[in-house]
Design a protein around this ligand. Structure first.
Ligand code: HEC
Length: 569
């Protein structure tokens, strides 16, 4: 597994603190970044290390010169394909909806939506229509300038030769802008008149968006609990924010209406990056991040009706732990309606996710994995860091039969010290039968195969038509380390299709439960369509074995196709 262990991460935090005095943070022209495009696909530069180069063209639909440049690039597409060169149109100017409304872009190139303009700033874009040729392996700039497009052929050939021979390009960089408009940095202009305040702007934002996970003894490798920590980690904060790794679990906000989508707004991202680029100024006294966190009482959601101990787990100090599957026998006297499940995590620095299933008592298997694979297994809930309770929608409940046991699928990280995790879950019962029953429609493929060294392998599954009208209550995606993106749509009986959710940059560490802002009615006869795209190439930093064909399995080195659509009916 290519994952930095916690020990290393903690060491790194110390090193960063040591280095920060020596190396000021500056706007970088080199580095990784990630952005969604007009179709809802996610592109991260480092994920294209198998390509020779990426040409980035800052562009706007309202700027004729850059639009024309994009059309000229489109005409050269066959040549780019032959040279393993990608073209990305970088749009930091137009409204995101306008960009998405142009379903066919020039050359059908991805139009990256840089609403916060932080990528344009990182690439130091001044004019639209300037070419920036990036090396996706080193993430450095091979060449940039305002070259006449007719010269691009020669420029590209020289840039690729320079890259192949590890030498700088011999071409002069032309600095005379062609006709492209100057890119207006609207957020920077907005911030320019005033000093960004650590106390007023930054610390409250970090509290709201990050610090509830980045706590002392939490799963995140460092606690965001004082100014000096934030300053020391700020270069890495910048990187994880502009590659959209943090906050984790971000989805495509153009699709559906979901509440817990974890993203930063364009303005928030621009503000944080600008503050980091100004080297994290701190004026005034006091440190909101150093204030003690509110103490969260045990069982803060209320005393549960039944507390269940997840079998305790000893963990070594270092190393990678595979998924664990464990069964707990229940002894319910009656069929019971659950209204919520609360989580009291034993050691928050190690438990990364916990999935709960109900299985028939009669089901026996020497291999625990078979328990959750059985058709009788029903997914109930998932725990992820930062959450304490999973509450079913009002007037709904999950019917836990007296003939059921619980099975847990656990994922642990190591934390640099040996520990024993003793996590408990609290079941809350409904006093009377609820109006609606919660049922999880699990779209799970029992068998599929992902070819070796492929970066985009799609698997699709359709549900049976719904027998009755239902309400969409929540959605949880599940895949392992090759999962790249996941999406669900619904095909209505009248033939219309509607996208429900799109997770363009899935990260298997973050198997969240997404909730719609309002319960959505889906009529009888509708069919759900679920898609997972896998990256089984070496460019996937989480991939343990790109040279192997991978199939379905419950271990980290195999893959899963699971979409849990929780319905109230
Ligand atoms: C839901 C919990 C959660 C939230 C919210 C969160 N983080 Fe994290 N963060 C983590 C965890 C856990 C890790 C460890 C790496 C991983 O599991 O992805 C981490 C790692 C990091 C790292 C280190 C990256 C590395 O390579 O080790 C940085 C920097 C970071 N987060 C910054 C942020 C910032 C900035 C925010 C808010 C804008 C934020 N995080 C929000 C949980 C969170």
């Amino acid at each position: 597994m290519v994952e930095i262990s916690c020990t290393w991460r903690r060491l790194l935090s110390v090193l960063l603190l040591v280095c920060m005095f020596a190396s000021p943070v500056a706007v970088m022209a080199d580095g990784d970044f990630g952005l969604p495009d007009h179709r809802g696909n996610f592109h991260q530069l480092s994920r294209y290390a198998d390509q020779a180069a990426v040409i980035v063209l800052p562009f706007s639909y309202n700027d004729p010169a850059s639009l024309q440049a994009a059309e000229q690039l489109a005409a050269m597409q066959a040549q780019f394909t032959a040279q393993s060169v990608l073209v990305w149109l970088l749009n930091a100017s137009d409204d995101a909806d306008l960009v998405r409304s142009h379903t066919l872009s020039p050359g059908d190139f991805p139009v990256l939506i840089d609403g916060s303009q932080t990528v344009a700033r990182t690439l130091e874009v001044e004019h639209l229509g300037e070419f920036i040729i990036l090396d996706p392996r080193s993430m450095g700039v091979l060449h940039r300038g305002f070259d006449d497009i007719s010269l691009l052929d020669g420029v590209l050939t020289e840039a690729l030769a320079a890259k192949a021979n590890s030498r700088p390009s011999r071409l002069e960089i032309s600095t005379d802008p062609l006709d492209g408009a100057v890119l207006t940095y609207r957020f920077i202009e907005q911030f320019a008149g005033r000093e960004i305040s650590y106390q007023q702007d930054i610390a409250p934002l970090l509290k709201e968006r990050c610090a509830y996970c980045h706590v002392e003894n939490g799963l995140a490798p460092w606690a965001m609990n004082r100014y000096i920590m934030v300053l020391g980690w700020s270069p890495m904060m910048r990187e994880v924010m502009i590659t959209r790794r943090m906050p984790p679990g971000q989805i495509d906000n153009a699709v559906g209406n979901w509440v817990n989508t974890h993203e930063l707004s364009d303005e928030e991202l621009a503000l944080l990056v600008e503050w980091i680029d100004q080297r994290g100024p701190r004026s005034g006294e006091g440190d909101p991040l150093a204030e003690p966190l509110p103490v969260i009482d045990e069982w803060s959601y209320g005393q549960p009706d039944l507390i269940i101990n997840v079998p305790e787990q000893s963990l070594p100090a270092t190393g990678n732990i595979d998924f664990l599957v464990k069964r707990v026998e229940l002894d319910l006297q009656d069929d019971t309606w659950l209204s919520a499940i609360a989580y009291e995590v034993g050691d928050r620095s190690v438990l990364h996710s916990l999935l709960i299933y109900a299985v028939d008592k009669g089901l026996q298997s020497s291999n625990p994995d078979d328990l959750i694979a059985s058709p009788g297994a029903e997914f109930i809930s998932v725990y992820v860091p930062g959450e304490h309770v999973d509450e079913f929608a009002a007037e709904s409940g999950f019917l836990l039969g007296k003939d059921k046991d619980l099975v847990f699928k656990l994922r642990y990280l190591t934390s640099g010290r040996e520990t024993v995790d003793r996590t408990r879950i609290g079941l809350h019962f409904s006093q009377s039968p609820p109006l609606r029953r919660i049922r999880t429609l699990a779209l799970e493929k029992p068998d599929f195969s992902i070819p070796a060294n492929t970066s985009q392998h799609s698997e699709v599954m359709l549900s049976e038509p719904l027998a009755t009208d239902v309400l969409l209550e929540s959605y949880s995606p599940h895949a392992h380390s090759r999962g790249r993106s996941m999406a669900v749509s619904v095909q209505y009986p009248d033939g219309r299709e509607e996208a429900l959710i799109n997770i363009p940059n899935f990260n298997y560490n973050w198997q969240l439960a997404y909730r719609p802002s309002a319960l959505k009615r889906i009529p009888a006869g509708s069919v759900f369509r679920a898609e997972t795209v896998y990256d089984n190439s070496a460019s996937n930093p989480f991939n343990p074995s790109p040279d192997q064909i991978t199939g379905q399995g419950y271990r980290v080195d195999s893959e899963m196709f699971s979409h849990f659509i929780r319905l109230a009916e």
